[in-house]
Design a binder for this molecule. Structure first.
Ligand SMILES: NC(=O)c1ccc[n+]([C@@H]2O[C@H](COP(=O)([O-])OP(=O)(O)OC[C@H]3O[C@@H](n4cnc5c(N)ncnc54)[C@H](OP(=O)(O)O)[C@@H]3O)[C@@H](O)[C@H]2O)c1
Length: 287
């Protein structure tokens, strides 16, 4: 998938010069967040859990170290930070790895580093709605699965400390777009009548939103492109774009790790404060 050059964007953090920020979890998303912050003048440190991952980022223009957010002494040795963005992921681990990375990791970052700004990168999967309704930050967020409950617990710890919770929709972008890979590999299934709503956010927009969040009041913010699309709409667009048939139909997949949901995520709160996505829907990225 080709990514068009990013249009010039206003810099939201003109007070950033020389301020120290830790991007805790410099993976698919964190790496791009760290790059943006570096370009805005922040003094950026990125961490990964493993040494090979940190070594793979040595060409980046910011400092990258291997440091486990589960290790309080190692975190303390990093020094102090004005801002911390928790962007580590458990991968698709079990509930214990969710506890370690999201809940205990968040507690450690807050209690050891006491940053002025803290952002927890969470997920819209905490909205367990299955009725296709629009969900805002005011909607109930009561995940049925323990993994989702762990994310909610990390959110509560964040909010209690005066931090910000970013609830991200499914991230896609260069080199990672599960829906498209499944479609191209022939593994996609059109579930039921294909009317399930899917909420996405391009990685570039997820990164710009996290940076933007550093400049607005703390709270909960949904981060999505604001254009939910049904599974059928998405596969139809892929099918037309690649001149391939629609995937076969099959039953609803209710065994997803973070639970089966069917809802339309609103990003109106963030948008009203001045953020907007470069990719208002997956269609712009596909083109
Ligand atoms: N991907 C999505 O669709 C999606 C959707 C909603 C929300 N999110 C959230 O967005 C955030 C970033 O996701 P991502 O897709 O960018 O993740 P990712 O590509 O898997 O990267 C995760 C990063 O976190 C690091 N990490 C993991 N455990 C750590 C630990 N204990 N200490 C320090 N670093 C650790 C990893 O280091 P190693 O490489 O060394 O393991 C890696 O650098 C996560 O909070 C995720 O839940 C993602």
């Amino acid at each position: 998938m080709k990514t068009p050059p990013a249009p010039a964007r206003e810099l939201p953090c003109d007070a950033a010069l020389g301020k120290r920020v830790l991007v805790a979890g410099c993976g698919y998303l964190g790496r791009v967040v760290a790059r943006e912050l570096h370009m805005l003048g922040w003094d950026v440190t990125g961490i990964t859990r493993s040494l090979p991952s940190a070594q793979a980022l040595q060409e980046e223009p910011f400092r990258v170290l291997a440091c486990d957010i589960g290790d309080r002494a190692a975190l303390a040795a990093l020094g102090s930070f004005d801002a911390v963005i928790a962007c580590a992921s458990s991968g698709w681990g079990d509930v214990e790895s969710y506890r370690k990375v999201y809940l205990e990791g968040t507690q450690n970052l807050l209690e050891v580093l006491h940053p002025e700004h803290f952002i927890f990168t969470g997920s819209t999967s905490v909205y367990a709605q299955t009725d296709g309704t629009v969900v805002t930050e005011e909607s109930p967020a009561q995940p049925a699965r323990e993994t989702g409950q762990m994310l909610r617990a990390a959110e509560e710890v964040t909010l209690a400390a005066g931090g910000t919770v970013a609830r991200l929709a499914g991230i896609y972008g260069p080199g990672r777009w599960a829906l498209l890979s499944n479609f191209l590999d022939g593994n996609a299934v059109l579930e039921g009548d294909g009317s399930r709503w899917i909420n996405q956010i391009h990685r570039a927009d997820a990164a710009s939103a996290l940076v933007f969040l550093l400049s607005i009041p703390p709270g909960i913010y949904n981060v999505s492109d604001g254009t939910p699309a049904t599974q059928r709409e998405i596969y139809t667009a892929f099918s037309e774009h690649y001149q391939r048939p629609l995937p076969p139909t099959g039953p609803l997949n209710t065994t997803r790790k973070r639970g089966y949901t069917h809802k339309q995520v609103s990003h109106a709160k963030l948008r009203a404060l001045g953020w907007s996505p470069m990719y208002p829907s997956f269609r712009e990225a596909l083109r």
